[in-house]
Design a protein around this ligand. Sequence first.
Ligand code: GLU
Length: 429
Amino acid sequence: MIYIFGVFFFWLMGEPLVEAKKQLSSAAKVLGIGGKLLSALSEPVRVLSDDIPVKLENGSVQDFNAYRVQHNDALGPFKGGIRFHPEVNLDEVKALAMWMTWKCALMNLPFGGAKGGVIVEPKKLSGRELEALSRGYVQSFGEFLGPDKDVPAPDVYTNAQVMSWMLDEFEKLKKRHSPGAFTGKPLELGGIRIRDESTGLGGFFVIEACARRFGFKPRSTSVAIQGFGNVGFNIAGFLHEAGFKVVALSDSSGAVYSKAGFSPADMMKCKTAKGKIAECYATGSGSGTAISNEELLELDVDVLIPAALSGQITSKNANDVKARLVVEMANGPLTNDADRILGEKKAVVVPDILANAGGVTGSYFEWVQNNYGYYWSYTESFERLKELMSSAVERVFSASSEKKTNLRDAAYMLAVSRVARAVELRGSL
Ligand code: GLU
């Protein structure tokens, strides 16, 4: 059974949601947005919740709590990933959905924002159980999804295979092909050539642009990356190739540090063989050490890239962060207090809605290609991503110097004003 909560349904505010709402209200204050318009921007349009029953290998049936939050669709169909994670909670999904709205708006994409989540430890499920869960998600929410309604994509612990099962289930329900209903698909099912790397590549273009502005030379620039999933691994690879020194990497089991730097490809081979990055400190130069995830955040590096989960840098550890440039490749890795503390220390923070927007921009390319049934080459996608990311960076830097704000406030002003204008034009208030 699906429960659809109305717009003003109460909720308990979890941490990321509190942070997301604070960011919106400070942008709204500067933009002079209040009253009904501000309420419309603060609340999700629709909150879907269901229990998905999955028959386990041992014959028993387990229910998994699943959500889809559709935050705002004034600019186009809702857009956003689905995460499978044991710590998913409704408030976090609401915050993530709101961040998607601003991310798509900042990138000038014709999409609104949404997010999905299932409370599950996916590593504990067999392939068949994972497939049943993915199909179950579409059986629960399929009615509200589609290329011109709401287009999901991968997020934490979901991937192209999960999208394939979901697409197949959706097309069975609708009895027609509909490749643009999901993005992040494999190439064979209408995916794009730069899919795996689009988020990391987008972040790399952002860092390159910042390095040029701040006069960082790759060879003398050290980088620490928290998280070695799709995003962390790919951005590490692009930075390494461009000559940056990737001196620290981590996964949920721990972190490693080497002054000489690591080769991300060798580290991935080692992690795949040993299961944990913490056991790979001797890969490459052989002189690395194992450190904790907390220590990684506090290393004396030039660039710090949190690419794991939200709420990693808070008022508790922000004072110990030494990086001059912090690039939010995860969604919401810094709290607002941490952001303020880093600003006081004159560190530059590139906000998530800009830094990791390469992922949804890649999704946009996929959706466009699915809609007109014509597929671009790798180079074409690469060049277009570079162009869109570079112009977004330009817009944010100019707004920041014009309004004398940090990059996050500048990005929020651009994004929130675009959505607010679309809501007003629709005249639905
Ligand atoms: N999960 C990614 C994000 O948080 C991509 C979302 C999408 O492509 O819709 O931006």
